[in-house]
Structure formats: C-alpha cells, structure tokens
Write a protein that binds this ligand. Structure first.
Ligand SMILES: [Zn+2]
Length: 300
C-alpha cells in the first residue's frame, strides 16, 4: 500500500548549487528519488535539499516549473509554502524546504521554513555580526515552526557546532527550549574517516535524551541513500500537520534510523573530484595568464 510504512526522510542532501562540479544537479536528485519510489512506494519519500548558505534551488524550481514538466513529465505542486509535491506518471515525492547555513560556531540545517521567509533565513546566515544563539533564535522565531537540526555536531573539521562543554550546554538549553529539534547522530560521509565524531554524537544523544537522526550529507549521487531516518505517522495534509507530525515523531521516538557510512574509497574519490578543476576553470586561468602577460609586455 502506498505510503503505509512510514516516511523515508533524507534530511541532508546537497546539489550542484552547493559545489558546482560534483554534487548532482537538482534534476538528477529528484529523478533518483522518483525512481527509488518505483520499488519503495510502501513508504513516502521526503527529501530535504540542504545547500550551503542558500536555497537557490527554490526559485530555480519555481522559475522552471513548466520547463521541467515538459522535459521530465513532472507535476510540481506547492504544499502550503513549506514543501513541494513532485509527481511523475507513477511516483510521488515530497521536497521539504531546506538549507544548511554556516554560523561562526558551526552548521545548522533549517527545514520546513516558509518559502517567503527564505531570503530572511539566508540573510541571518550571511549576517556575521550575530552570534550563534541569536542566529538560532532569529531563524526559529522567523516562522515559528521550522525545524532546526545540528548536522555533524562533533566534527570540527566540517563545521560541527559542539566544540566544547560550553557549547554543549547552550545546545542542550536550546534543545530543551525547542529551538533545536534534533542533532545528526550519524553522518554517512563522516563515517569512513571521522567515525569518532559520529560516536561522540551517539553518546551525547543517549546521555541527554536528545533526538538523533541519520543522514547521508551526500555530495555525490552515489551517496544520497546511504543513511536516512524513517519517520512513522507523518501527516502531509497541510503545513501545521506536517511539521507537528515530524516533531511528534521525533519527540516520541516514533522513528527508526537506517543506513551505513560511505566507503573509504567513495569518500576519497568524491573528495578528489571536488578538488579537481573544471574545464571552465582551466580556460579562465589560461585567459587570466594571457591577459597578465599582455599587460606586462605593454607596460615594458
Ligand atoms: Zn552538508
């Protein structure tokens, strides 16, 4: 039966709007999710695209709705301004609004925010005068019911927010007040070389009863489905019900974490790809070199 076995939530997925050459395009991610649904329609699929410091995929999707429908046959509908419902002939998925913002103390995932609040949230991340606590408060209060999740909280190499006991206290305080909804207990691309940080998060979650979720943090199409959280009883009928049912599912431990880490090979391979220059970069560099040489000769 369609959607009867819960909702597979991919809470942390990057697209080419994050890094230009390696992460899959938005179209590719959506296509992979719809194909995944072909064999897994007993579950709903809720994708959250979390590009770095902006959610440019949202205006892109809105501007290209007709083009995408003509090209791929996708019907794209809005779910009360906090998500999109995307359907092809046989499959359906939900795309919950998302962003991964960088603060001075670490990264934050914000999910299910109102489309009209997107620029406001982006500007909070770009505002370097605000401290971590004020950024969290401003974002949460800006639409009241969005979800805030701390990704890879103990991995300082990739923007973990919990760097010392002091922050641990702030995070707990914010969690208890409902400003933070969960932390990322398992991050699939941290696992091959930063396993320790996943273990620290697991310990933190167990010790304080903080809800922990699994994510892939994928930057490559091979990583999207590595790890995810399976939420029970999610109600997609409207904005309020969707966000409160996600929150209730987390609060009541009405969810299951599934998945595994990336392999060492996959991690190194995709990391190297991210560092390789594209042909455009090479052309630009050659162009700059020629210009500089020309200017030197002219001025001699
Ligand atoms: Zn990320």
């Amino acid at each position: 039966m369609k959607g009867n076995n819960g909702t597979l939530w991919l809470p942390h997925v990057h697209t080419r709007f994050s890094d230009r050459y390696v992460s899959p395009t938005l179209e590719k991610v959506i296509d992979m999710c719809l194909r995944y649904q072909q064999n897994n329609s007993d579950k709903n699929l809720m994708l959250c695209i979390t590009d770095s410091n902006h959610a440019e995929y949202i205006p892109y999707l809105l501007d290209n709705k007709n083009k995408l429908q003509n090209k791929y046959g996708w019907k794209i509908d809005d779910l009360d301004n906090i998500a999109f419902v995307i359907e092809d002939d046989c499959n359906k998925m939900y795309l919950l609004n998302g962003i991964e913002g960088h603060t001075k103390k670490g990264h934050l995932l914000v999910e299910g925010f109102d489309i009209n609040n997107r620029k406001n949230i982006e500007s909070v991340f770009h505002n370097k005068t605000l401290n971590f606590e004020d950024q969290i408060k401003r974002i949460k209060e800006s639409d009241g019911d969005n979800l805030i999740i701390l990704p890879h909280p103990f991995n300082v190499n990739v923007g973990g927010a919990i760097k010392n006991k002091n922050i641990e206290k702030i995070v707990l305080d914010f969690y208890n007040k409902g400003y933070i909804d969960a932390v990322e207990e398992f991050n699939a691309i941290n696992q091959p070389f930063f396993k320790n940080s996943n273990e620290q998060t697991k310990y933190f979650c167990t010790k304080y009863g903080v809800r922990g979720i699994y994510s892939s943090d994928s930057h490559h199409s091979s990583q999207i489905f590595l790890a995810y959280t399976l939420l029970k009883n999610i109600d997609f009928s409207n904005r309020g019900k969707l966000l409160s049912s996600i929150r209730d599912s987390l609060r009541n431990y009405d969810y299951q974490n599934e998945g595994d880490g990336a392999s060492k090979f996959n991690f190194i391979y995709t990391m190297l790809l991210r560092r390789v220059l594209s042909p455009c970069d090479i052309i630009t560099l050659v162009g700059l070199g020629i210009k500089a040489t020309y200017n030197t000769i002219k001025n001699e």
